[in-house]
Structures are given as structure tokens and as C-alpha cells.
Write a protein that binds this ligand. Structure first.
Ligand code: FAD
Length: 448
């Protein structure tokens, strides 16, 4: 008989926690998982999934007008935000149910309560009950960072945007990261007037400069306003119910919704980590080693709470590696090289490996191949938007160091191209591959 109630207690049923719980249970561990909100976590409930559905929903505005050019009679078009919102949230409910069933079918006990750390082997539930476990895994994710200015309580974060009563006529989006660009694109396509406010003139910092420049050019062409080097000083609600935003230097703007998307901080506040001596970094992230071990021997952490790479597939891999290491007799780490990522802006952009700037800094001599083309899909676009693909190659070895692209479907294309980088392929391998015509992806094997 074990001296503990469980072999593993997981705090947080999101991407990392669910995978870790399920795999640990399949290795024979007795597992419980606590969730304070909804099973599935950020990605499923208020992140990747509902966001991508909103992107799809918003793209119909353009696609319906293309359809007419292809001979379809579309009739009178109108858009109903509540219908899209409810459809998306309905699918989120369905997915939440599936995640719950997965836990159940793997004999993981789900405890629908907030849990905190009471000691190296003890968690305390919101109800006051204490539970012991041989190992504890913290997978509580991250939380939107909200700036501190008078009236910030009138603003929303990405958590709330999926539940808006009404589509904003005028939306201000604060931030220059991927979440800001994605929601700016969604609401612009849906017909809202969108203004992006950013503290510096740099957006999407981790992506290639030229690709980001193209994104900005296209976004402005589509009517998104950008106010760079700008910051909100205060927000007031007017008698008419609008939000009056003071941007300093006598700049006052009225909007009806403000989305703050200025990053996400590890959700470690009030988690009781001091009760087990779990060390935190400067941003409040849990410090872990390559095996996801914290400074307390019995406690591990995976996913956004460790602030390594805040992406779902990474949290899932970390959770899986944890389970295999601790319960599967197969200690393993994960490889953080060449993680592909995308921004589902309109059009989307995607990248893997080094940007041109990084490659020049670290490798000196690099070759840059690019294709600046007009996708066939865009022939009816009034904006004549062009795609741009770039490949960065090490001049000495010929190995590909990075691929970056913007254009329709670029995340779908980049996922496959990322395999080539992971396999250490050279540009020659792409040149040797026959083009698949007509496609946008063929530009990758025709790069000059
Ligand atoms: P989470 O999925 O956040 O799960 C943590 C869970 O812990 C939550 O369910 C939370 O309620 C629960 N919890 C917290 N504290 C406690 C507690 N004390 N007790 C009990 N339960 C607790 N990633 C991508 O890869 N692609 C994308 O396109 C993408 N889009 C995104 C869009 C948005 C708007 C956002 C916000 C995020 C997006 N992400 C995307 C990031 C992705 O959602 C996260 O990287 C991922 O969910 C991290 O998984 P996790 O397991 O670390 O945490």
C-alpha cells in the first residue's frame, strides 16, 4: 500500500496537464487532476481552437465576394456575430466533453476545483480537503498580463472576447504579439473598425522582419489602423456607453471595445509554491530543468507556467515526456530546436528556424532565397496582395537555417517544410524536388 492517496496529482487540465495525466495513467499510475475552470485549458476553451474558428468565420466576408466573381449568386449578405459566437462556443462545449471522456476512459479522477500546494506531497483543494501524492505536476498555464492605467477595468483580454454580447463597431487592440494581430484581423474582416496600439514600432518580434513588414502593409491596405509608439494613459466610459481613450499628447479616441493583448504571465500567484520551496524566475515562472523537475524533488511543472515556449504542442510534448520519464521507465527530454509557429492573421504568416537577422548574426555568411509572388487565389482580391516566401541557408554547409512565409495557407505549408529543417536538409533537396503545379507551395522548390 502506498503512503499517498495518489501516485500523481496534476494541477490544471489544459494541454500539458491532460496529456501528462492520461499517459501517466496508461503507464499504471493512480492519477487525479484538478481543474478550476473548464477541462481542455486555454487552447481548447479560450485560445487556439475558438480563435481559429473565428478566423474561418471571418474569412467568409472575402470568400463570398470571390464566389460572385466565379459565377455564384450569393444574394444579400449579412453577418450575425451572435450566431458565429454561439456556434464557436458550442463546439468548445463539445470538445470539453471529449477531453473529460478521455480522462475518464484512462481512469484519471477529475476534481473540478482549484488546487494549491500545501507541501511537497500535499495539495489543498478550494473546499479545504487535503490530498497527498507521491508526485505533483503543476500545469496551470498562463494568464493575460493587464497593464496598470486608470480605467483598465473597462478593457477586456482574450478571455472575454469569445463571449462579447455584440460585435464592436470600433475595436482598439493593444499589443504587438500574435494574439493582437489575430484578433485585429478577425474583427477587421468582420467589418469592425480596428486600431492597433503598440508601445514600439516593432510587432511580432520573433518573426522575420521582411515577412512582418509585408503583413503590416497588407493589414493597412485592408483598413487596419496602426498607432505605433503609442500607449493608453487612461480610459473612461462616457455617458453614451463608449470608451474614451487618452493616448497622451491630446490624443483622445472613442471606441466601443478595447482588447488588451500584451502578453501572458505564468499563473503562479497564490499557488502556495512557497510551502514546498518551489523556485520562481523573474516573471513568476516555475524554474525547471530539462526533465521538468522543479527545485522541490516531488514537484514537476510543464507548459506555459514554465515560460519556455508558450505553445500548445510544446506543452503537450513536455507533459508526455514527464509521464514517460517518471512513470514509463523512459527518462527523456524534448528538443526545442526548429519549433514551427504561425500567426493566423489575414493572410497568415508562419516561420521555422532562424530569421535572416538571427542567421546573419550567428552564422555570418548566409544565402537568402525568396519568392515574391501573387497567389492565384488572390486574383480577385481588390488589394492585389502578394505572398512572400524566404529561405535562409548556411553558405558553408548548404543547410537550411530558416523558412519564413506569408500568404494564404502558409501555416499548412510551413508545417511540412519544418520537417526538412528538422531533418537537416539542404537547399539542394528542395531544388531536386519536382514542383507540384499549380500550387502556392511549389514556390518553395523554385526559390531563386
Ligand atoms: P493551459 O492550457 O492554460 O491549462 C492550464 C489549466 O489550469 C487551465 O484550464 C486553468 O483553468 C487551470 N488552472 C490554473 N490554475 C489552477 C489551479 N490552481 N487549480 C486548478 N486548475 C487550475 N498555442 C498554439 O500552439 N497555437 C495557437 O494558435 C494558439 N493560440 C492561442 C490563442 C489565444 C487567444 C491564447 C490565449 C493562447 C493561444 N495559444 C496557442 C497558447 C496555448 O493556448 C497555450 O500555450 C497552451 O494552452 C498551454 O498549455 P498549458 O497546459 O501550459 O496551460
Amino acid at each position: 500500500m502506498s503512503q499517498f492517496d495518489y501516485d500523481l496529482f496534476v494541477i490544471g487540465a489544459g494541454s500539458g496537464g491532460v496529456r501528462a495525466a492520461r499517459i501517466s495513467a496508461s503507464h499504471g499510475a493512480k492519477v487525479a487532476i484538478a481543474e478550476e475552470y473548464r477541462v481542455g485549458g486555454t487552447c481548447v476553451i479560450r485560445g487556439c481552437v475558438p480563435k481559429k474558428m473565428l478566423v474561418y468565420g471571418s474569412m467568409f466576408a472575402e470568400e463570398l465576394s470571390h464566389a460572385e466573381k466565379y459565377g455564384w449568386s450569393v444574394g444579400e449578405k449579412s453577418f450575425d456575430w451572435a450566431a458565429l459566437r454561439d456556434f464557436v462556443n458550442g463546439d468548445v462545449d463539445r470538445l470539453e466533453g471529449l477531453y473529460g471522456k478521455t480522462l475518464e476512459s484512462h481512469d484519471v479522477e477529475l476534481i473540478a476545483e482549484r488546487a494549491t500546494i500545501a507541501g511537497p506531497n500535499t495539495v489543498k483543494l478550494a473546499s479545504g480537503r487535503e490530498i497527498t501524492a507521491k508526485h505533483i505536476l503543476i500545469a496551470v498555464g498562463a494568464w493575460p498580463a493587464m497593464p496598470d492605467f486608470p480605467g483598465v477595468e473597462h478593457c477586456i483580454s482574450s478571455n472575454e472576447i469569445f463571449h462579447l454580447e455584440q460585435q464592436p463597431k470600433c475595436l482598439m487592440v493593444v499589443g504587438g504579439g500574435y494574439i493582437a494581430m489575430e484578433f485585429a484581423g478577425i474583427f477587421n474582416a468582420l467589418g469592425s473598425e480596428v486600431t492597433v496600439v503598440n508601445r514600439s514600432d516593432k510587432i511580432l518580434r520573433s518573426y522575420d522582419d521582411q515577412i512582418v513588414e509585408r503583413m503590416l502593409h497588407i493589414a493597412m491596405g485592408r483598413g487596419i489602423n496602426f498607432r505605433m509608439h503609442s500607449e493608453i494613459k487612461s480610459v473612461e466610459r462616457t455617458a453614451e456607453g463608449c470608451l474614451s481613450v487618452d493616448l497622451g499628447e491630446s490624443n483622445r479616441v472613442q471606441v466601443d471595445q478595447i482588447l488588451i493583448a500584451t502578453g501572458r504571465n505564468p499563473k503562479t500567484d497564490g499557488l502556495g509554491l512557497e510551502n514546498a520551496g518551489v523556485q520562481l524566475g523573474e516573471k513568476g515562472e516555475i524554474i525547471v530543468d530539462e526533465y521538468n523537475r522543479t527545485s522541490c524533488e516531488s514537484i514537476y511543472a510543464v507548459g506555459d507556467v514554465t515560460d519556455r515556449v508558450q505553445l500548445t504542442p510544446v506543452a503537450i510534448r513536455e507533459g508526455h515526456a514527464f509521464a514517460d520519464s517518471v512513470f514509463g521507465g523512459n527518462p527523456r527530454t524534448i528538443d526545442y530546436d526548429f519549433i514551427p509557429s504561425a500567426v493566423f492573421s489575414q493572410p497568415p504568416l508562419a516561420g521555422v528556424g532562424m530569421t535572416e537577422k538571427e542567421a546573419r548574426r550567428t552564422h555570418g555568411n548566409v544565402r537568402v532565397y525568396s519568392s515574391d509572388f501573387r497567389p492565384m487565389k488572390n486574383i480577385f482580391s481588390p488589394h492585389a496582395e502578394r505572398g512572400l516566401y524566404k529561405m535562409i541557408v548556411d553558405d558553408t554547409s548548404g543547410k537550411i537555417l530558416g523558412i519564413h512565409m506569408i500568404g494564404p495557407e502558409s501555416p499548412e505549408i510551413l508545417q511540412v517544410a519544418a520537417v526538412a529543417l528538422k531533418a537537416g536538409l539542404t537547399k539542394d533537396a528542395f531544388d531536386d524536388t519536382v514542383a507540384l503545379h499549380p500550387s502556392m507551395a511549389e514556390e518553395l522548390v523554385l526559390l531563386k
